[in-house]
Ligand binder design. Structure first.
Ligand SMILES: NC(=O)C[C@H](N)C(=O)O
Length: 334
């Protein structure tokens, strides 16, 4: 008989732990109300899937997630992953910033044990709440040997997506997470986990590549959003005054920087503050001209969306502010 796996659940809050005044309410609830014990108890028969342990790291709406909590979470996940009696880890999290936490953990936690993040779009008190099934399927993945070495995964609504590609694409639907242009790494049908083997099936190259063990904070990086009328540099100047160590420009289209802003961003790079050019488009790969990368010194974000490019730049800045090195790091995600 197959040995029952040991799965450790770390709860951080979110709608999955949310409570509303009425069972029909899917907005206007309070996120981060149920405890990890209550979450486990809300899923009938979960203990048949795995031996479970749980810890409560925080209980917040993920819009309020902090980098200081990320540093604690990375430490807790790494500690759990090092335990011989833990085979996999599930993290319950609000969906608003779930992809950022997933990507941060992907880059900072070194293990090939499954790490699965999950959340919910309906509060725990709702009719047809999606949380219990998402927890069930996450524990299923975390307990399954076939999930070993695939990096940090996001399991929601029967789909498994990788931390590097996944993003929240819908603010209401249960299928809130997708990997644009890639598709999911796998889907779940009852007890079957169907991996899309043409997707990433070896440990992503960047897993655990940056240790944050001795850090108490991350370098400050700001995202500047591109839009018609936003080329006066107001927010770039404000970010620099606020001692940003790096900037991500969420450009319109394929890294298009407005002419009026190019000079200021070039000066920013020349002053030692690296500038990554991402896109606000939600899909595609930012590739820049030679003039943009070699002369202006801009760093193309490649496939990373602005919020993930920010995290990569922050982690890069813990080691170097050399533009060439950071360009190479971002290029390795292509
Ligand atoms: N669906 C959710 O989890 C949204 C919630 N605001 C959160 O991110 O905590």
């Amino acid at each position: 008989m197959k040995r029952k796996a040991n799965v450790h659940i770390i709860a951080t809050g979110g709608t999955i732990a949310g409570r509303a005044a009425s069972a029909a309410a899917t907005v206007g609830y309070k996120a981060g109300e149920l405890t990890v014990g209550q979450l486990i108890a809300s899923v009938p028969g979960l203990d048949k899937l795995a031996n479970l342990s749980g810890e409560q790291l925080c209980n917040i709406d993920s819009k309020d997630m902090q980098e200081a909590i990320w540093l604690q979470l990375a430490e807790r996940v790494e500690a759990a992953a090092e335990r011989k009696d833990v085979d996999g880890i599930v993290i319950t999290h609000g969906t608003d910033t779930l992809e950022e936490t997933a990507f941060f953990l992907q880059l900072t936690v070194k293990t090939d044990k499954p790490i699965v993040l999950t959340g919910a779009m309906r509060p725990a008190t709702a009719i047809s709440a999606d949380g219990p099934m998402n927890i069930w399927q996450s524990v299923q993945v975390a307990a399954d040997k076939s999930a070993t070495g695939r990096g940090v995964l996001v399991v929601m609504n029967g789909q498994i997506n990788g931390a590097e590609t996944v993003t929240k694409v819908n603010v209401n639907a249960l299928e809130a997470f997708q990997s644009p242009g890639r598709g999911p790494m796998g889907v779940m049908i009852d007890e079957k986990i169907c991996w899309n083997e043409s997707g990433a099936c070896t440990l992503p190259t960047h897993s655990g590549s940056v240790s944050v063990k001795n850090l108490t904070q991350l370098p400050k990086v700001r995202i500047i959003y591109g839009y018609v009328g936003g080329d006066d540099g107001l927010f770039v100047k404000a970010a620099l005054r606020d001692e940003a160590r790096g900037l991500v420009y969420a450009a319109c289209g394929n890294g298009s920087v407005p002419e009026k802003l190019t000079g200021l961003l070039k000066e920013t790079v020349a002053s030692g503050v690296p500038v990554v050019i991402a896109t606000r488009c939600g899909g595609g790969i930012v590739v820049l001209s030679e003039e943009m990368t070699e002369i202006n010194g801009f760093i193309p974000a490649g496939p990373l969306n602005p919020q993930k490019a920010k995290i990569l730049l922050q982690l890069a800045l813990t080691k170097t502010s050399d533009v060439k090195e950071i360009q190479q790091l971002f290029a390795s995600f292509l």
